[in-house]
Design a protein around this ligand. Sequence first.
Ligand SMILES: [Mg+2]
Length: 369
Amino acid sequence: MKIGRVEALHLRLPEVREVADGTQDVLIVRVHADDGRIGLGEVVSCSYVGRAVIEAPRSAPFRHGLAAIVTGMNVDAIDDIAVAVEQGTAWYGPGGIARHVYSGLDMALWDLRGQAAGVPVRRLLCADAVDSVPAYASVLWPERPELVGPSAQAFVDAGYRFVKYGWAPMGPDLNLDVELVAAARQALGEDVGLMVDAGRAWTVTEAMKRAERFAAYKPFWLEEPLHPYDNAGYAELSASSPVPIAGGEAVTLLGEYDELLATGLHFVQPDLGRVGGITYAQRLAATALRLGCRPVPHAFGTGILLAASAQWTAAAPEPLTEFTRAPSPLARELAHHTMEFRDGQLHLDDTPGLGVTLDEAVVARYRVN
Ligand SMILES: [Mg+2]
């Protein structure tokens, strides 16, 4: 099976607010194989730039568009495709946008490989992959602490066993930050895991103050308290924080992950739409597990990223995935998937590939031409 055509589908809500919700503007990679099969992947980046990276025609060496590089290649040639993309994009890669866009392509190719083999992607990754994975609800913090309780209660009522809140208004005010966390814990009770995402808000000193105050509320982890590349800070914090530290969603290259993992952080959060898809996530997870760091995919996107992340973590030793509950129709309606959420878990069936299809009406409504 060969790669016939690579399409970039850029979808955007009519109004995009400047909040940390990446589901307002998304980039989908649709790969048409020469046998008529269709694979889907998602890029988590600047969609306008990503689309150009896919569509750009061939140019002088090392500055080609992705579609031009991979069209005609064998879908199963995982390593050859990775090398061709790295070489063909070398003047604007290998990290950043080049790796982000490769991620969407890689996801779509794994979808095609699963379809061709007649098995879900998780079985290609691990013969013993499980059929259900814990999924944590993930949203932005409500605007005020008094709004946190009703939000958290709704997640408990819906059966979630883990809930994550993140980003503003958390950040500048220590007392407000503690109020937010306390309100979440009170509503969730003692038995539901609470993840806190700081959205890279603090210095090490400020982060340590939060970790010490948050500890009473037993967060499952404190996510991205520092700038993503502050490895010295992550090392200091991971060694002394009373709360487990998570991070890594913004990092792309394996060498960068090696440096982050060497800091001793407790959870690493590759985003399959940025890190190089399932192929590179597998490689960094091997390193993470060797160092005692638990990989949990970052997945705040459409149903495509959700499905890829669920399939990937189902093949991991300790499955857990993020399940965005963002209200955007692109998060909720764009991709039809065959997973069912029940009792805090996403239950996966045996649909070959990633088991996702696009709702063409949603595509037509939000597509940027
Ligand atoms: Mg985060």
